[in-house]
Ligand binder design. Sequence first.
Ligand SMILES: Nc1ncnc2c1ncn2[C@@H]1O[C@H](COP(=O)(O)OP(=O)(O)OP(=O)(O)O)[C@@H](O)[C@H]1O
Ligand SMILES: [Mg+2]
Length: 283
Amino acid sequence: MPYEILIGRDDADKERFGDKGRIFIGKSYVKMRNHTSLSNPIYMDVARSHVVLISGKRGSGKSYSIGVMAEELANLPKEVNQNIAPLIFDTMGIFWTMKYKNEKDKMLLKDWDLKSMNLPIRVFVPYGKAEEYKSNQIPVDESFALKASELDIGDWLLTFNLGLIEPVSVLIETTLAKLQERKEFDIDDILQGVIQSIDRVSGFEIINLGESKTINLNDLIRIIEEIAGESIRKEFLPLQPGDVQQTYANIDKARSLLNYDPQTEMKAGLQKFYDWFINSKSS
Ligand SMILES: Nc1ncnc2c1ncn2[C@@H]1O[C@H](COP(=O)(O)OP(=O)(O)OP(=O)(O)O)[C@@H](O)[C@H]1O
Ligand SMILES: [Mg+2]
């Protein structure tokens, strides 16, 4: 009787789990001249997580091996398989056939003491494709879609194979930044944002960056006195010809085009400037 091979489990776990939490993935084979015979059964540990690299040339059985693992996981006793949820991402669309009994290889399965059976899998297909697949007799359970608002700039750049500093990447990033304030948005909002920005950048724009809040000159002087801890000598004179009573920047255009939204209060800004000035003078 050939001994069992159990991959992915150390001696301590072998002791601990016995023949639980393992799947049967095949048999090794021995070659004697022209004769090949199957030998040791090979099991794989599924009680712990593993990274498994399945490699081989085209048609060598990589997908088949994944199918075997999924099938074995599904056939584990309930106490074990209720803790495992296998997810297979399949770009070729082959694993859905596991829903059906394998009638073709019935005889082969018998040799292995296996029965052909339907497996309890659920098939998800991309949203928008479900009808097409259904009409091609593919047993679709659900469709899925990625939520546009959950993708960050890195995901979009990866999707379209864009570099971080390409103009279009910057465009997508600024559009996302604006939309993220809303939390919920979809792909149409992103498209609209990008298209509006493209329309906007035809030609050039003159944009006023400033602040529309005004401050009384005496208040400004008082703040500077407070920050500097000095009292300023003041001399009050009549208005000069051409002086205006009040000036401020109209920043409506900057707000709508650039999402410009100045946050620094006068006093905090002056304090920062003062600190910078004192520090740069002393260093
Ligand atoms: N161990 C096996 N026993 C019986 N048939 C197998 C076995 N391995 C693979 N096959 C058969 O060989 C064919 C190719 O296998 P599979 O699709 O798994 O290859 P692959 O390595 O995933 O190929 P690709 O590179 O094209 O994705 C399939 O029809 C499969 O049923
Ligand atoms: Mg394959």
